[in-house]
Design a protein around this ligand. Structure first.
Ligand code: NG6
Ligand code: CA
Length: 519
């Protein structure tokens, strides 16, 4: 008895130690990982430099975006890589110039996956540092390998390029398929009502925006005249999948719920969330409770709606006590456009609002408003509020986050700007090549250079000056932020210096689009 009395606690202790050892180790690993900051990228779609209160908007209010911008580092020289969506998202996630990939153009909903499954991406990189990774919202980087069966698992897609969790729309709100995809599976799909998608030919007997304007609740202006879904004519033809089709007015709430659920589910581990919101891209479909919330019509109303979503999303982070351990990066994929294919009063109700702020151009443009976008970093208690004029690009997140989480910097165009993003220095990039509809231009210091490109100077469909000219254009942005005065002729030496530096990165600019094929 005596012996066993002594031996029993000993055995129990041994058993407990043995039993707990793996759990204890796991616990330690977990708390090690959870010390790493969470990283959230909030990415808007077509939000302009002048669309945010903190960037000077007075005709609409964006209190939640402003809270982040004014409480963090507000970049006034922050750039997307491109003036359209797909290339910008490619640049953001791969840290690589999109013009290196000849297929990085605005993609149809049926395009194959643009990012190679062997390619390094931000989420893949963060996974090596122990992060859980998620995307909620707009994808628009292609899915599958060419022929997609939407009724089966759609792959490869975000899950295959680094996202543990992916709840997405495939392309854009104005393109079919108009369904959500949950880790590769169309959400709420009724197997008895399969989805068929075609971007060339209509399915027999289906009404279209072109032939049946009487069925359209939103009128198309250019493009957007194929299958009508929820009264909105879309790009592309779609049949079936009735139960799975999204309700446009609920999209913002739906993505918000998924984003909130994601952070709640992963609050105990280090996570990366790419929250890719759809506003204010067309079709602009504010939930009824936001209709009329601004005087600017649906475009203003969806910006107000997006701002509200950001506020609610932040509340969820606060509720979970995550704000002090979370780096939030906010930006937009490209500059603004008013009429992008539907009549929705964006132009008519614009009033004094200037979506581009003081910048020239807009979406699709090589002028500044195409790629210079709202861009700010926020980290409660770590980042001190400031305005930074450092030149930074979304592409730089990859190398900077590598530094932040302590993994090797991937071999890419991405430059480590961690100290700039954290507000410790204003020493940004020296230069940057920007892209717009397969054309490129160059920014270096205060100077911007646009090589000659054929084509109309103004895209008359969207009424935006896109930057085409027979001659080189050279601007000093410090003195001429609105790019009104072409200095190419009066500053030949500067022009030559810019051409040489640009071509060193880009290749021979005079070869224009053709040169793209070489990369
Ligand atoms: C264009 C569409 C435009 C928009 C854009 C993609 C037409 C005429 N225009 O082709 O409405 O969908 O593609 O926008 O179809 S982006 O922000 O995703 O790049
Ligand atoms: Ca966009």
């Amino acid at each position: 008895m005596k012996n066993s009395n002594l031996i029993y606690p000993f055995l129990i202790a041994l058993a407990v130690m043995a039993g707990c050892a793996p759990a204890g180790k796991k616990q330690a690993e977990k708390s090690e990982a959870s010390k790493k900051p969470n990283i959230i990228v909030i990415y808007m779609d077509d939000l302009g430099y002048g669309d945010v209160g903190a960037y000077g908007a007075t005709e609409l209010s964006t209190p939640n975006m402003d809270m982040l911008a004014n409480g963090g580092v507000k970049f006034i020289n922050g750039y997307a890589t491109s003036a359209t969506c797909t290339p910008s998202r490619y640049g953001l996630l791969t840290g690589t110039y999109p013009w290196r990939n000849k297929n990085a153009k605005i993609l149809p909903g049926t395009a194959p996956l643009l990012i190679g499954t062997e390619q390094m991406t931000i989420p893949k990189m963060l996974k090596t540092a122990g992060y859980h990774t998620g995307i909620v919202g707009k994808w628009h980087l292609g899915l599958g390998t060419g022929i997609v069966n939407w009724n089966d698992r759609v792959s490869p897609g975000p899950n295959e390029v680094g996202f543990d969790y992916a709840y997405i729309m495939a392309a854009t709100q104005d393109r079919v398929p108009t369904v959500y995809i949950d880790n590769g599976h169309v959400a709420n799909l009724d197997k008895n009502d399969p989805i068929e998608i075609d971007y060339k030919n209509n399915f027999k007997g289906q009404p279209t925006g072109k032939d049946n304007p009487e069925l359209c609740e939103m009128k198309w202006h250019h493009g957007h005249n194929n299958t009508i879904i929820n009264g909105i004519p879309r790009i592309g033809y779609m049949k079936g999948g009735e139960a799975a089709r999204w309700k446009d007015v609920d999209m913002a709430d739906h993505f918000l719920e998924k984003a909130q659920a994601y952070v709640k589910a992963h609050k105990n581990e280090a996570f990366f969330l790419y929250y890719a919101m759809q506003q204010p891209h067309v079709p602009r479909t504010p939930h009824p409770r936001f209709v009329g919330s601004t005087n600017l019509g649906p475009r203003g109303d969806v910006i107000a709606e997006a701002d509200w979503c950001i506020g609610e999303f932040i509340k969820a982070l606060e509720e979970e006590g995550l704000m002090e351990n979370t780096l939030i990066v906010f930006s937009s994929d490209n500059g603004p456009v008013l009429n992008d294919g539907y009549y929705d009063d964006a132009l008519e109700k614009l009033g004094d609002h200037a979506p581009t702020g003081v910048l020239k151009g807009g979406k699709y443009s090589l002028y500044e408003a195409g790629t210079r976008v709202p861009f700010f970093t926020y980290w409660k208690g770590t980042i001190q509020p400031k305005v930074s004029d450092a030149l930074v690009c979304q592409m730089d997140l990859m190398a900077s986050l590598a530094k932040l989480v302590g993994v090797e910097e991937p071999d890419a165009d991405s430059e480590n700007m961690l100290d700039v993003f954290l507000g410790k220095t204003d020493k940004g990039r020296d230069d940057l090549v920007i892209e717009a509809t397969s054309r490129t231009a160059y920014r270096n210091g205060d100077w911007a250079m646009i090589p000659p490109y054929k084509g109309k100077p103004v895209n008359t469909q969207v009424n935006i000056e896109v930057g085409n000219s027979n001659e080189y254009q050279l601007f000093n942005l410090k003195e001429d932020i609105g790019q009104e005065k072409n200095l190419a002729k009066t500053h030949p030496e500067k022009l030559e210096e810019m051409k040489i530096a640009f071509e060193a990165i880009r290749g021979d600019a005079s070869e224009g689009v053709q040169k793209l094929e070489l990369h």
